[in-house]
Design a protein around this ligand. Structure first.
Ligand code: HGY
Ligand code: MN
Ligand code: MN
Length: 417
């Protein structure tokens, strides 16, 4: 094998350029299904083409760049991540993996180094929870886990996800065309920032992900009665936000009690919508999303149900009704030994320190794993900050991730059938 020759400057310039396609008032924001998202996609598609990739948008709204392999019988090796962001955060979360993939592909083209396997670079649609309430939309479709009824989800302005898919260039009536068989992917590799502090605190260059946490989301609705905030005596109120606050406190306390278990659970209420949301009105209704993450499948599913049972008497005493419905569920997902071993060998061949670690963040790999073996390469990020405007990495950390990706892909190309 010849030495790794990715262009670290080009990679960093691209990272800077794409990150700057942001809502100027809320850096670093590029929400899926927004005009800014399309602007980022247009830039990205152009870079894919410059890099020599055959580029298209599939029916599920994924941007895909392809390089042919030398053996037409082999399944593709897939590299991917996402170009959408959470609100006000995610400068590197997602784009690093897509642009490292592009850098690997372009470097292969420039060296005349053709893989045996086809190579596909994916910018998966809407990895982060979208305004439709659903995350990992593009990778879900790849795995056949995007159900027909999900097309009817609506975002607050009334647009349906069916319309959203068409808006980003997908075809909601042809989603089955992107579905892969359970062995349809030779291997999937994603480079991502760690979003935690382990690598930075240890001074380790590369994280080899052992498994990706399971994520369960429930929409909880508390119904009371909107009333005049001045004319309604305290004893006659049914204040939905008071009930919601009780739920949030209970979520925190229950998760805290599980913090020391061998499979720690984390639970968050990070999104609340209050109606009518006026200073002089008693809140009549609150809708919130409870998110539960754990390496244990059963624990993620049961947390919300037992929570509602626990809080119901207190809410009834407040004259409130409470309902919960599942928004999405992703199972805890192990990374495949074959990919983990290739990443470890790649890091070692480059003289980079590495260690195993689990991912507490969700990733498209959870769904891609239903189509073939997956693995993830983590690089450190400053102070572990992520999903916040402060998220930061150094150019050499991005380059380390891309170099390990390059070596990993070449190793997998050599050993996989
Ligand atoms: O929410 C997550 O864990 C990921 O960043 N999408
Ligand atoms: Mn994220
Ligand atoms: Mn991400």
């Amino acid at each position: 094998m010849t030495a790794v020759a990715i262009d670290a400057n080009r990679l960093w310039e691209r990272i800077e350029a794409l990150s700057r396609i942001t809502d100027p008032d809320r850096p670093w924001t590029r929400r899926s299904f927004s005009p800014l998202f399309l602007k980022g996609r247009e830039w990205l598609a152009n870079e894919f083409r410059t890099g020599g990739l055959a580029t298209s948008i599939d029916a599920a709204g994924n941007l895909v760049g392809r390089l042919a392999g030398s053996d037409p019988n082999l399944k593709p090796i897939v590299i991917g991540s996402h170009s959408d962001t959470v609100p006000s955060g995610g400068r590197y979360d997602g784009i690093l993996g897509v642009l490292a993939g592009l850098e690997v592909a372009q470097s292969l083209v420039e060296r005349g180094d053709r893989l045996r396997h086809p190579l596909e670079i994916y910018d998966f649609l809407a990895e982060e929870p979208s305004e439709f309430g659903l995350s990992c939309i593009g990778s879900r479709a790849l795995a056949g886990m995007f159900s027909a009824s999900m097309r009817d989800l609506r975002r607050p302005d009334g647009m349906t996800l069916r319309e959203g898919l068409a808006y980003v260039g997908g075809d909601p009536e042809r989603l089955a065309s992107v579905r892969r068989s359970p062995d349809g992917t030779a291997a999937y590799v994603e480079v991502h920032i760690e979003q935690g502090r382990v690598l930075e605190q240890e001074g380790t260059a590369i994280g080899i992900v052992t498994d990706i946490v399971g994520i369960h989301r429930e929409r909880i609705t508390v119904k009371g009665r909107a009333d005049h905030a001045g004319a309604t005596p305290m004893l006659l109120r049914a204040d939905a936000l008071v009930g919601a606050a009780h739920i949030v406190g209970t979520v925190y306390a229950r998760a805290l009690a599980l913090a020391d278990s061998d499979k720690p659970l984390v639970a968050t209420v990070g999104k609340l919508d209050v109606l009518p949301n006026a200073a002089n009105a008693v809140p009549g209704e609150v809708e919130m999303v409870l998110e539960v993450r754990c390496g244990d499948e059963a624990a993620t599913r049961t947390f919300g149900k037992t929570l509602i049972e626990e809080v119901r008497p207190a809410l009834e005493a407040l004259r409130l009704e409470v309902q919960a419905e599942t928004v999405s569920h992703a199972s805890p997902t192990p990374c495949a030994p074959v990919v983990r071993d290739a990443i470890r060998a790649a890091a070692s061949s480059l003289g980079l320190s590495s260690r195993d670690l689990p991912s507490g963040a969700g990733h498209d790999g959870v769904f891609v794993a239903l189509t073939g073996p997956i693995g993830m390469i983590f690089v450190p990020c400053l102070d572990g900050r992520s999903h916040a405007p402060e998220e930061s990495i150094e150019p050499h950390q991005a380059a380390d991730g891309a170099r390990v990706l390059f070596e990993t892909v070449r190793r997998l190309d050599a050993i996989l059938g």
